[in-house]
Design a protein around this ligand. Structure first.
Ligand SMILES: C[S@@+](CC[C@H](N)C(=O)[O-])C[C@H]1O[C@@H](n2cnc3c(N)ncnc32)[C@H](O)[C@@H]1O
Length: 283
């Protein structure tokens, strides 16, 4: 079994991995509770947007809309925020939460619109947005060139594009744990993300100007077994291998994690994550 095809398979992404926010929730909980940085990821990303009043924003691959839900009090007045995702389940969750938020923000004039859309074929007119955000999603897009051309098309001339992704060593220790669960059923190498910190600048350069990278300095020091196991169970690798069949391997893994925490005080996991910021060169 190789993982790459499912990582970019729209049916798999829509109907399994991102059918709803449960897998993302397990992963976010680990980051929320055990990150070594005092900064929260979505708050950090939001700060990098440097959002001003009256801005039209598009988010591609919005998931349950956390970027906006977790920064509601910081959104300036009269922004028109459009969220899109491939998964109807994610769209429904984001829409329900943001409809409520919109009523709470009614005085500010800021609006949210959520709709199902594939980033490779954006249902918006040319020059529609001042800013486009793609937060940890471009590596799921099989035709990256098409998606980047679409993003450039819907961005106004000189509009900004922000794309978050991970580096090759992001959570390397956790991926090694996932391989222990998956055993011989999968190749013992984690597939490289197609859009990652190491190659993002080169991939963006043909479409955008002034590409820069901001890194988010962070790591994990996990002091409990259960949230780490929940993260592992949320991953495509372990799910697709049928972790329910692998009870012995899972019990051994739990013991290994517990022993490491007892000996070292925590299970340490490195992170390599950041955000590319670029400007539309058109115009
Ligand atoms: C890792 S999640 C990130 C969600 C959100 N941006 C966040 O940071 O919390 C990736 C999201 O991208 C969506 N996605 C994957 N391929 C997509 C595509 N071609 N077009 C739009 N959304 C896509 C998935 O459904 C999923 O919700």
């Amino acid at each position: 079994m190789t993982l790459e095809p499912i990582f970019q398979d729209k049916t798999y992404l829509r109907e399994r991995q991102y059918r709803d926010s449960r897998n993302l929730d397990a992963r976010a909980a680990l980051h929320r509770d055990y990150s070594t940085s005092s900064l929260d990821w979505q708050a950090w990303v939001f700060a990098q947007l440097e959002l001003e009043p009256n801005t039209a924003v598009l988010e591609c691959g919005c998931g349950p809309g956390w970027l906006w839900r977790e920064n509601l009090a910081r959104i300036p007045a009269n922004c028109q925020i459009t969220l899109t995702d491939l998964s109807p389940g994610m769209v429904a969750e984001a829409e329900a939460a943001l409809n409520e938020a919109e009523s709470a923000l009614a005085d500010s004039g800021t609006t949210f619109q959520v709709r199902e859309a594939n980033t490779e074929a954006l249902p918006f007119a040319d020059d529609s947005f001042d800013m486009v955000v793609a937060n940890h999603m471009l590596y799921h897009v099989p035709h990256l060139d098409t998606a980047l051309a679409e993003i450039r098309r819907v961005l106004k001339p000189h509009g900004r594009f922000l794309a978050a992704t991970n580096g090759d060593n992001h959570m390397r220790e956790l991926k090694e744990l996932a391989f222990r669960v998956a055993g011989d059923a999968v190749p013992q190498k984690w597939p490289q993300l197609t859009f990652r910190l190491e190659n993002g600048r080169d991939l963006l350069a043909p479409y955008f100007n002034d590409v820069s990278l901001r890194l988010f300095a962070d790591g994990l020091a996990v002091t409990a077994v259960e949230p780490l196991m929940a993260y592992l169970h949320s991953m495509s690798l372990t799910q697709e291998v049928g972790a329910d069949q692998l009870t012995e391997e899972i019990a051994a893994l739990e013991q290994h994690i517990a022993a490491t925490i007892a000996a070292e005080g925590a299970y340490h996991i490195q992170k390599e994550t950041g955000l590319f910021i670029a400007r539309n060169g058109r115009g």
